[in-house]
Design a protein around this ligand. Structure first.
Ligand code: GLN
Length: 304
């Protein structure tokens, strides 16, 4: 199959969506990003790589980073983390407060903000220098020592972080946050501020397509069973209240972020990532969603 040609077609056939949607202005630093960017990158486990557009420009990966923090927590405490956070799709917005209160402070899953805050709390408890440990982990997975936080994005989100602060306080009031709200939020905002390019993301996510083992070095990051659970969560919860739509149209486990990035994997085959900053109302990249739908349709490579 001519994958470069498929990426070419996808780029031209989604160009009409470039102006659709809005950049995430609730984080003022993100609103400054040029919304015309479009990049796509495809890595196969066998080693082939294809890319197009702004695939090497770094952007704020935002909630995509929740896959990294969840992997770290699973490594540290395995299934016991699921006593404090569920594994069901939320059907609500990623920053919803109502459901959390109604369900006594147990977030539906680790990818909505409340769930990611509980995972952040776990890492703050378990690790001596959690932010450094997080960076070391992502650098190891990506084999790239240059991956880092964007401190301006973290500060910008903190300044306007009213909803996340409310969620953290609500978790604390229900006894599901063990550290101080400020400390957990600081870790969480840094997590979301990690910057990577499409090329770096698709390469890094190959570990999740490879049963939790880093391709090349074969180092085990997650056991086969843990990788299965992580991928199941990406499939059912990776796109918040659009997880069903993404499964339906794309048919891959994946994760989105409000920076406009999406990364998805096909177990035992490949990892693909796309970046286009304008988002739909659910917080997912408009052009990115369509691009991935076209990719699995044209290539026939979805998990279903
Ligand atoms: N940092 C963002 C927030 O907490 C992440 C949301 C996202 O990417 N969906 O609101």
């Amino acid at each position: 199959m001519d994958y470069q040609k498929i990426l070419d077609e996808i780029t031209s056939q989604t160009a009409y969506l470039q102006g659709k949607g809005e950049v995430a202005s609730y984080i003022p630093e993100l609103a400054k990003v040029d919304s015309h960017h479009f990049g796509i990158s495809l890595h196969f486990l066998e080693g082939n790589h294809f890319q197009l557009g702004d695939a090497e420009t770094r952007f704020s990966i935002q909630s995509i980073a929740k896959v990294f923090s969840l992997s770290m927590a699973i490594r540290l405490l395995d299934e016991t983390i699921f006593e404090r956070v569920g594994v069901e799709p939320s059907g609500t917005a990623f920053n919803s407060l109502l459901q959390l209160d109604y369900e006594q402070g147990i977030p539906r899953n680790p990818f909505i903000n409340a769930g990611a805050l509980v995972i952040s709390d776990i890492l703050v408890s378990e690790l001596e220098q959690p932010k450094q440990a997080l960076l070391a982990f992502v650098r190891k997975l990506s084999a790239n020592p240059e991956i880092g936080f964007n401190p301006a994005v973290a500060a910008s989100e903190k300044l306007q972080g009213y909803r996340n602060t409310a969620l953290a306080n609500l978790l604390k009031s229900h006894g599901n946050l063990h550290n101080e709200v400020e400390e957990v939020l600081d870790f969480y905002f840094h997590l979301c501020s990690i910057e990577m390019s499409c090329k770096e993301l698709s390469r890094t996510f190959l570990v999740f397509a490879n049963h939790g083992k880093i391709p090349g070095t074969k180092e085990e990051i997650l056991s086969t069973s843990q990788a299965k659970r992580l991928n199941a969560l990406m499939q059912t919860c990776g796109f918040y209240d659009e997880a069903g739509e993404f499964s339906f149209t794309v048919g891959l486990p994946g994760k989105s972020g409000v920076g406009g990035g999406i990364v998805a994997i096909h177990p035992e085959k490949y990892s693909i990532s796309v970046w286009s900053p304008k988002l739909n109302k659910k917080g997912n990249s408009v052009r990115g969603m369509k691009a991935l739908e076209l990719f699995t349709t044209k290539s026939g490579l979805s998990v279903f």
